[in-house]
Ligand binder design. Structure first.
Ligand code: G3P
Length: 225
């Protein structure tokens, strides 16, 4: 029996559109994580690129989110996809407003309104404290605070912006929304620091995806928390 989500530390691994983790290589990449014995108080989610949604059904033991979602329904909507279609693929939630896929506030509100009627969790990304504060009022599953200038780099948000993380956590707590932090996250000390600062975990990409051994990197990120 799994612990309730709010008692579990969360790691979302964003597979982005890296060659090694998407398209024809995605299935092989995901297979590295099969049989991994995740501690019961840790929740691992893989955020898939749209071209790989169909793979979710091949990995029933893994949890999948989309990297983005539209507020649209099934219908004449070229290039878009709906929450319904994600659920049909076995994808159980989505990121929204990632720095690499920013959307207007009206778009975010529409997605949130629809997602709530469908019991489909959405993680809203925010680039700063003001945005996190405002968007947390839409009560997403998490606010993921990611300063864009640190994304993909070697300086972790946890060591560069500890004070801002605390402020984001305090502001989001007013709406009872837990926080993930991302950008430059690489190792166990980043994960620990995120928890110490009041976050529930991390949103990470290159630190796992581009590591020489992605499974070993993930294992070390979450050990002895
Ligand atoms: O979505 C996660 C991301 O934007 C952070 O990327 O490569 O700095 O872990 P990275």
């Amino acid at each position: 029996m799994k612990l309730p989500f709010n008692l579990r530390k969360t790691v979302i691994i964003n597979l982005k559109h890296y060659q090694i983790s998407s398209g024809i290589h995605c299935e092989h990449f995901l297979s590295k994580f099969i049989g991994m014995d995740f501690p019961e108080d840790i929740r691992i989610i893989f955020a898939l690129n749209p071209i790989d949604f169909h793979l979710a059904k091949n990995f029933p033991e893994l949890e999948f989110y989309a990297q983005h979602v539209y507020p649209t329904d099934y219908g004449a909507n070229t290039g878009m996809y709906s929450i319904e279609s994600l659920m049909d693929f076995g994808i159980t939630g989505s990121l929204l407003n990632h720095s690499e896929m920013r959307v207007q506030e009206e778009f975010i509100s529409k997605v949130m309104n629809k997602s709530k009627t469908m019991d489909f969790p959405v993680v809203i990304c925010a680039e700063n404290n003001g945005e996190a504060d405002k968007l947390s009022r839409l009560t997403p599953e998490f606010i993921a605070y990611e300063p864009p200038e640190l994304i993909g780099g070697n300086m972790s948000v946890t060591s560069s912006k500890p004070e801002i993380i605390r402020e984001v956590v305090t502001n989001c707590a007013k709406s009872s929304v837990p926080v993930l932090v991302g950008a430059g996250v690489k190792n166990n000390s980043d994960m620990r620091k995120s928890i110490e600062l009041g976050a529930n975990g991390v949103l990470v990409a290159s630190g796992i995806v581009l590591a020489e051994n992605p499974l070993a990197s993930l294992t070390s990120l979450i050990e002895r928390l």
